[in-house]
Design a protein. Structure first.
Length: 181
């Protein structure tokens, strides 16, 4: 059942705090916010994008570290400080000309349920609120900030492509390595 839903996915949406991060807010002495992201998630997001799957982020929070990470990953459908995730989801469907069953959403708390209830594949992280996990089609093995995006990317990519072939193909378009001195 999960594989059949994953085969249809053309849009993967992530919440941030508690999904792409561990959900902890770390403030420095001058009030600056620090966020920690998993590098494996970045690889998963890039792999999805390379295969034509759109990645979006809808989050209630906004910060410079988050903007920098989304820029680094070329996530163009980024909705920071979003208090109505369902409205952002509806907008994404219109912009991308997709149906709800072609979208997946990864969340961790009740603020994510309005979108999770509409998508074709709803995903909760391992350490999500229990009520959210009960509503999800799939619960990740990883907890928030521990490689959730990579796990979900592999789930979707495995349903749509031959992973052995996909992962053995050299990546193009990245920077070349400088010569060893």
């Amino acid at each position: 059942m999960i594989e059949s839903k994953a085969k249809l996915i053309k849009l993967l949406i992530f919440d941030v705090d508690g999904v792409l991060t561990d959900g902890m807010l770390n403030y420095g002495p001058d009030g600056e916010l620090f966020k920690r992201f998993n590098v494996k998630d970045g690889v998963g997001i890039k792999l999805l994008q390379q295969q034509g799957i759109t990645v979006a982020v809808i989050t209630a929070k906004d910060s410079q570290p988050l903007k920098k990470r989304m820029s680094d990953l070329s996530v163009t459908h980024f909705y920071p400080a979003c208090n109505d995730k369902a409205q952002a989801f509806a907008e994404l469907l219109t912009i991308l000309s997709l149906e709800p069953e072609q979208a997946a959403y990864v969340g961790d708390d009740v603020i994510d349920l309005p979108v999770m209830s509409q998508v074709g594949l709803s995903i909760a992280v391992q350490d999500a609120h229990n009520y959210v996990k009960k509503q999800a089609d799939y619960i990740t093995i990883a907890g928030g900030g521990e490689g959730v995006a990579r796990e979900v990317a592999d789930l979707i990519l495995d349903a749509q492509f031959d992973l052995d072939e996909l992962y053995s193909t050299p990546r193009r378009g990245g920077p070349t390595c400088p010569p060893f001195k």
